[in-house]
Design a protein around this ligand. Structure first.
Ligand code: PLP
Length: 388
């Protein structure tokens, strides 16, 4: 019997190695992996360049405390700053820590301006910002909060797409709006560019901060380095995580100088966040992602994948309801049960993962080849064909 606490319904399958888009099971089977640790392994499994980078660093220095200056961390922060709206970056170890840090930064901003009661964060119902006590109540899904009361106070909610509800929910106590630019766990729900533009304007008008959670949709996943770049807007605070370490746990928060102004030495910290070993992985991911043509290729392959999936949808309109997504953040919203569909794909050697709203998420590595996409399409088509 497993000694692991039962917080997951795990599949029996285990893997002994991975290479690029493929995983090899302990039973010797080869799988096309379109989970990639849930959008974490942006460069696939066992990437040579990443391997070399962390091997090299591991021989020099793994960990020092943030009480010292860490050059590898300074370097990654500077690079993230150069590629974004941000003036500052702080490093954590996971997405939930990053979103919580984003909340802390927003509250401190108004606190330091003498408005300590302006501390509430407005979020979308059934969103996903992590699994800590604060972030589950930010997400506000019954599934995640049940049994975990008392409630972490300080969050208000509106429904996805409810513009009027959003305006009404903003009060004099609202400090920030926090949403995912593309809702990942929620079933790959893309917030349209005009909404993001409107949201930026609304936050300006109400003098509140805009936090865009790019933990899943950031780091090239959408075809641009950040998903909000599509809408040509600038948020104030952006938590990132999943893709930035290419499989090494890294969380980070990007923040502009205005929003950062409340944070002083002692207001936040992390034992592990931004250690040299983690930073070597992050810097290596940046090296590859900003090579000429990398992101445009993600965009091109994403468009191709989505277009071909829509053809399958048209062929099987009673199975696939909708193809959603941007870049290589793709969801198949189904009429048939997604759990069963995922099982069928697995039995045909394609690994995928569920999302809310009966969605199957397809999250290939960002350097996936067209040939591998075609293999995935072939399997999806075969599974559709075999439905009675
Ligand atoms: C995965 C995810 C998180 C939480 O990240 P963890 O590393 O699991 O804590 C937060 N926000 C979004 C949008 C995510 O997809």
């Amino acid at each position: 019997m497993s000694a692991i606490l039962k917080t997951y319904n795990r599949k029996k399958i285990s893997f002994k190695k991975g290479k690029g888009s493929f995983l090899f099971s302990t039973k010797g089977k080869k799988y096309l992996d379109f989970v990639q640790g849930i959008a974490v392994n942006c460069l696939g499994h066992s990437n040579n360049y990443l391997n070399k980078a962390i091997q090299k660093q591991s021989k020099k220095l793994w960990h020092v405390s943030n009480v010292f200056t860490i050059p590898e961390q300074e370097r990654l922060a500077k690079r993230l700053k150069q590629k974004s709206f941000a003036d500052y970056v702080t490093f954590q170890n996971s997405g939930a820590e990053a979103t919580e840090t984003a909340i802390k930064i927003a509250r401190r901003y108004f606190y330091s301006k003498g408005q300590p009661r302006k501390n509430r964060i407005l979020c979308i119902n059934n969103s996903f910002h992590g699994r800590t006590i604060a972030t589950i109540f930010a997400s506000n899904s019954k599934k995640m909060t049940e049994g975990f009361y008392p409630k972490a106070d300080g969050f208000d909610h509106f429904n996805f797409g409810d513009h009027k509800g959003l305006e009404k929910a903003i009060t004099s106590r609202t400090a920030a709006i926090m949403i995912e630019t593309i809702m990942g766990e929620g079933g790959i729900k893309v917030i349209p560019d005009y909404c993001l533009k409107g949201l930026r304007k609304l936050c300006n008008k109400k003098k509140i901060l805009l936090i865009l959670d790019e933990v899943q949709c950031g780091i090239g996943r959408s075809g641009k380095f950040f998903a909000f770049e599509h809408a040509k807007i600038k948020p104030d605070i952006v938590p990132i995580a999943k893709g930035i370490g290419g499989g090494f746990p890294i969380g980070a928060v990007l923040v502009n100088s205005k929003a950062a102004s409340g944070m002083k030495p002692g207001t936040h910290g992390s034992t592990f966040g931004g250690n040299p070993l983690a930073m070597s992985a992050g810097n290596a991911v940046m090296d590859i992602m900003f090579k000429k043509g990398f992101l445009s290729n993600v965009s091109k392959n994403g468009k191709y994948f989505i277009q071909e999936l829509r053809k399958i949808k048209n062929e099987y309109p009673k199975i696939i309801k909708e193809v959603r997504g941007k870049g290589l953040l793709i969801g198949l919203c189904l009429y048939v049960d997604h759990i069963k569909f995922i099982e069928n794909l697995l039995n045909n050697n394609l690994l995928t993962v569920r999302g809310a709203e009966n969605v199957v998420r397809l999250l290939p590595p960002l350097n996936v080849t067209k040939k591998e996409i075609n293999l995935g399409l072939k399997i999806i088509k075969k599974v559709c064909k075999n439905y009675k």
